[in-house]
Design a binder for this molecule. Sequence first.
Ligand code: GCW
Length: 678
Amino acid sequence: AEDGYDLWLRYRPIAGAESTGYRAHATRLVAGDATPTQAATRAELLRGLSGLLGTEPVVAAGVDGDGTLIVGTPASSKPIAALKLKTKDLGREGYLIRSVRVDGRPATVIAANDDIGAMYGAFHYLRLLQTRAPVDALDIREAPRTQLRMLNHWDNLNRHVERGYAGESIWDWHKLPDYLDPRYTDYARANASIGINATVLNNVNASAQQLTPMYIAKAAALANVFRPYGIRVFLSARFSAPVEIGGLKTADPLDPAVRKWWADKADEIYRAIPDFGGFLVKANSEGQPGPQDYGRTHADGANMMADAVKPHGGKVIWRAFVYSHETPDDRAKQAYNEFVPLDGKFRDNVMVQVKNGAIDFQPREPFHPLFGAMPKTPLMMEFQITKEYLGFATHLAYLGPLFEETLEADTQVRGLGSTVAKVVDGSLHKYALTGMAGVANIGSDRNWSGSHFDQANWYVYGRLAWNPHLSARDIAQEWTRMTFSNDADVVQPIVGMMMGSREAVVDYMTPLGLHHLMGRSHHYGPGPWVEGGPRADWTSVYYHRATKDGIGFDRTTHGSDAVSQYAPPVARAFDDAAKTPEQFLLWFHHVPWDYTTKSGRPLWDELVHRYSQGVGYVGGMRHTWNGLRGRIDAERHAQVATFLAIQEKEAKWWRDASIAYFQTFSQRPLPEGEAPPE
Ligand code: GCW
C-alpha cells in the first residue's frame, strides 16, 4: 500500500525503455563493505538500483564489464585510487560523481575522502535516477556549506511530542536500549539521504531524567544505529539537572561542585557515546531554569557546559529564544538585547541558535535582527519544520519559500549582499563553526510527518541545511518527482500548488505583517481576540493593537524602536511605512484603516482582499489536486484531498472570524465584491 512510509526513498521501477537506458549505467557495482558505513551504502545502492532498474546489479571486485558503478574512497577502493581523482577540496563529507572510462569501459565513479561522503554521493546518484536526470556525462562535485545539519526533536520521555502532529515520538524509550525498532534505521537512511548529520533526541523543555544512566544507555543504543549513517546524537540538557538528579543544592554555573558535576556527567556520556555531539540548552525562557536564576549570564551558563564537553570535542548549542518574566515593551527586542552584549564572550565550542524571526515561527516574520549582529559568535539558524503556527498537519504549506525568504534576506551589515545565508554558512563573519537546526515534524504516523506533503518540509529543510543557497522551487521539483511522479503534467501542477501554499496560509491567517493571532496555547485556528491571562505577550491583542483608528504594532523609532536593531539601511527602510515591504507593514507600523496600500485599496479593503485571496488559493489547490485523480495512487490521493477540504473549511473560518473581529474596530463595510462570511 502507498502509505507514505518510504518517504522520498520510494525506488519504484523506472518504466520500460527508459529503465533499460539507465540500467546500462549500473549493471555492476564495485563497492566495499569493510566498515558499517560502506556496508550501509552498498545495501542502499543495491536496494535502490534493484527497485528502480528492476534488476539487481552484480557486485564485482573490479571493472570487468561495461556499466560499472564504482563507489568509495581512495583509501578503501583500489579502482578509485587508480583514477587519481582530485578530492582534497571535498572535505570529509563531500563527494564527486563522474562518468569515466576504465580500461576503455564506460563507468561511473562516486568518490569521496571518507565513507560518509561516499554515502552522500550514493544517495545523490540514486536521486538522479529517481528524478530521471541524465546520467551519461556526469561531473558533479558537492560539499556541504554548513557543518552541523541537525534535527531538534521536541520529544518527551513519555513519547508526547511538543508541537508534534504526527503521532507519538518514534523513540520507544521503554523498549530501548535492547529493542531497536527498524524504524530507527529508516530514520537514519532518510536523514542521510539529505545530508542531516546530527539529531537532538529530546525536547528543549528537557527532563533531567534524560541525563540519568538509564537514559544515557538508551541514547547510546540509538547513537549506535545512527553512526553508520553519519548522524551524531546530541541531548537537550536541563540546566537544573545537578539539583534534580545530582543531589546538589545549586546549579550556579560558577560553583565548583556544579562545574564538576557537569564535567563528570560529560565523561559518563562520552564513555557510552564516544562521538556524542554535545548539549542543546534552552535556559531562562518560558519558565526553564538557567544561569540568570543565580545572577549569571547566558555566557556563564554556556561556557560552564562547554568546558565540560570540550575535552571530548563536544559542543554546546545555546538557544537565543529567551524572554523574561516581566511584561516587555516589545518581546521582539529581547533576544537581541540579551545576546549582543555577550558577543565574543562565549567559548569556541559554543554556538548560539537563533530562530528565523524574533517572535516565534510565525507564517511570516522578518529575519531575526541577531543575524549579522554577532560577528564573533557562531550563530545557527533554527527553523521549525513542524507547523505549529501553520495549520498543523492538515493544512498544506510547503515551507521552502519561508526558509528561502529568510536565508535570502539581506542584513546589509557588511553592505549589500550580506544575506542571512552568508551569516549561517559562516562566510560573512568567518565563523569557525556553522550549522542549521530544524524542529522535527517526525512522529510514529505511517507517513512519519502527519501528512504526505509535510514530508516535503523535512526534505527541503535538509537540502537547505546542506546548501542554504539552493532554490525552494528546485527542491520542490526534486521532492515531487521522488515522491509522486516524474510525469511533467503531474510534477508541474504539484510544484505550482506547493510554491504558493505558504503565502496562502499567510493570507488567510495573518496577512500584511500581522502575527501571533492563533488560538491561545494550542495555536490552532483563529484567536485575534485573545486577551488577559498571565502575560501580555501571550495574547493576540498585544500583537495586532487594533483600535478604531488603525491596526499594527508600531516598532518604529517612534514606537518600540525594534527597527533600530537592524543595520542602518534596513532600519531606515523598516522605519518608513512607505519603504517597508508590504508583507511586513503591520509588523512594523500602526497604520490607519484608510491607509493607501500598494494596490490602491485602503488598508481595510486590502486586508479583506488578502483573507479572501488565501481562501481562494486553497480552493485552487483542491481543484488542481482533484484533476490529478488517477495520476497518483488512490490511497495518498484520497488523504490529501480530504486534508485540502479541511484546509479550505478552516481557511474560511480564519477569514470570517478575523474579518468579523477586526470589523468591530474598523467599523467599515466589506468592500464591494467580497463574499460575506458564510
Ligand atoms: O513556539 C514556542 C512553542 C513552545 C516551544 C518554544 C521554544 C519547546 O510554543 O512549545 O517550547 O517555542 O521554542 O522553546
